[in-house]
Design a protein. Structure first.
Length: 582
């Protein structure tokens, strides 16, 4: 059943996606908190909370919260609060006290939040929007009936946990991707097909760009750091869910050799975090999808999993939630135009192109949707799904710009729209660098590579089929309020341009300029950002004057339009040279 709850205001929680926890025994312990008959519940009340929580940190309040009938526990009581510095943290939450940390007898507020989200997305606990509380579900009681306190998971717990994962759409998405011709996929290959396209909150590190970045890195430690820790949000989700599936025997982790081409030469490297489906996983997937006379398993969808971050988060969640509601009530199929009209009746504006991208997004989060010549049909049954609607939903200029570009971006994938978000998020500057290089190399046909790191520009690109080939030194900048090109960073670009001109290894032993082909005869520099402000052009002119090299500041919107033109054979590399650097 899908129900709508209207709310004047209220908190906005983050549910549906989990990045960190993987210990199923601890997850079972967290679910057992909510069962008054479980040993873990009794241990918390009589032993753990009295021992780990000081009276001044709310010990008595937490014990009282564990005694309510029916047992509904507030988010704040479960997760607690943080301390600064973290080394001085004390236990002040029920979940903190439930899970033993690596160095202490409790965990912090952030991992506690992740355990709550994990139990919620698997359907073991439910959330009440009215009072910000959680309670155990009937499915959660099914788990606690066979609960063992400590040790390895028993067969009963494994069966219930498997059923829970088969009701979680992103897990089905990953199993389905791995089941396609018995695929062997890295976390990056899964991540780029997981989540809603064109959003910074579902970013994936471009694997080919990453492998090209590994070329020339001699340090094994640095290479492992890049392969294991350089990842976008969707890559993290993919890795975490795949680990859950592996622990239940549904997939196995097998390193994969991946290849890419740099300067006409092929390079290969191994990505350790890669996965394959097992025979047990194939059987489970067939059961989840209702094949071989199995009833299709109903899926858990929550409002919050439909968008994860950004100023448009509430609008996007509402648009997609009501689209799902319309799909679930229209089993004969609906067109994108039908959805636009329905959303308008709910006072939610949307374009046909945005709805079509949402449909692919639903598939990417693991829902089963058929597209019959533009008529969309939802095949899944959904468990209870609450849509909390707050007043004053609005769209940002970025979302309006995405709608505008969706109409014109007919030649390149719409997942590049995420660059419009990344360009304003300094916490994702590396992903912005690499996604920009991916756009230029994989969609525009330039040769080039991401560089980054100490004493190197973010990346370079160059042509290889012109009478006079040119190369570009690139610096990408993600800033929330636009980029004003301070003199320190202008000086940095000036140094790169001059290093490329002199090519003196005593000046810079990195020799990053060797990534250009030998037949490149003309060079430029380029800054890329969301938008530019202040006296940036003065700095560009100064660099050009000192180095006798032309440069430009290019907004990411302009770069998307150029990329679409090149991919559609409307513009050439020579045209781009004339447009940007004339």
């Amino acid at each position: 059943m899908i129900s709508v709850v209207h709310m004047d205001s209220g908190r906005s929680r983050t549910f549906g996606w989990v990045q960190d926890p993987s210990n199923f025994r601890s997850l079972c312990d967290v679910v057992a908190i909510f069962d008054r008959n479980s040993r873990k519940n009794r241990e918390l009340v009589s032993v753990l909370l009295p021992r780990l929580v000081l009276p001044t940190d709310g010990r008595d309040e937490l014990i009282t919260a564990m005694s309510t009938v029916p047992l509904k526990i507030k988010y704040a009581h479960l997760v607690g609060t943080s301390f600064k510095p973290r080394s001085t943290s004390r236990c002040n939450g029920i979940v903190q006290a439930t899970v033993k940390g690596q160095r202490r007898d409790f965990i912090g507020d952030w991992p506690a939040d992740n355990f709550v989200r994990w139990a919620h997305c698997l359907g073991f606990i439910s959330y009440d929007y009215a009072d910000d509380t959680f309670a155990i579900t009937e499915f959660g009681r099914t788990l606690t009936r066979g609960y063992t306190d400590g040790g390895e998971l028993n067969d009963y717990e494994k069966r219930i946990l498997t059923d829970a994962l088969l009701s979680y759409p992103p897990a089905i998405r990953i199993l389905s991707l791995l089941n396609a011709e018995n695929a062997h996929l890295t976390k990056f290959e899964i991540g780029r097909q997981l989540g809603f396209i064109g959003e910074g909150g579902f970013g994936s590190m471009p694997q080919n760009v990453l492998v090209r970045s590994l070329v020339g890195i001699e340090s094994a430690r640095e290479k492992n750091e890049m392969k294991n820790n350089w990842e976008g949000a969707s890559d993290k989700y993919a890795r975490m869910i795949a680990v859950w599936l592996e622990k239940l025997g549904l997939v196995r982790e097998v390193a994969k050799r991946v290849t890419t081409t740099v300067g006409g030469e092929e390079y290969a490297d191994s990505i350790g975090q890669a996965f394959m489906i097992t025979a047990q996983g194939m059987t489970a997937l067939n059961r989840a999808l209702g094949r071989s006379r199995h009833p299709r398993i109903a899926k858990n969808v929550c409002f919050e999993m439909l968008a994860t971050k950004g100023s448009d988060r509430e609008y996007l969640r509402a648009r997609r939630a009501f689209t799902i509601k319309f799909l679930s009530e229209s089993r004969r199929g609906v067109t994108a135009e039908n959805v636009v009209d329905y959303l308008a009746s709910q006072e939610i504006s949307a374009t046909k192109e945005a709805v079509e991208d949402d449909m692919q997004g639903f598939i990417n989060i693991g829902l089963s949707i058929d597209n019959n010549n533009g008529s969309f049909v939802l095949r899944d049954l959904l468990n209870d799904f609450v849509i909390p609607i707050r007043t004053g939903l609005s769209r940002s200029e970025t979302e309006n710009l995405k709608d505008e570009l969706r109409v014109t971006m007919t030649n390149i994938p719409h997942d590049y729209l995420s660059l419009l978000d990344l360009a304003y998020d300094s916490t994702q500057n590396r992903l912005f660098e690499m996604k920009t290089l991916q756009l230029l190399t994989e969609e525009c046909g330039y040769s080039g590579t991401h560089l980054g790191g100490g004493r190197k520009p973010d990346g370079i690109i160059y042509t290889s089929a012109l009478a006079e080939n040119y190369g570009v030194i690139i610096d990408t900048k993600a800033y929330s309020g636009g980029y004003n090109l301070p003199i320190s960073q202008a000086d940095e670009m000036q140094r790169y341009v001059q290093e490329n001109q002199r090519r003196d290894i005593h000046e810079n032993p990195n020799k990053w300029w060797e990534n250009f082909d030998e037949d490149v005869v003309q060079f430029y520099f380029m800054f890329v950002s969301g938008h530019f402000r202040g006296q940036y052009q003065v700095q560009i002119d100064r660099i050009a004057h000192i180095t006798n090299t032309k440069g430009a500041a290019v907004k990411i919107k302009e770069l998307l339009v150029i990329a679409n033109g090149i991919k559609g054979a409307i513009q050439t590399h020579s045209d781009v040279e004339e447009i940007i650097f004339a």
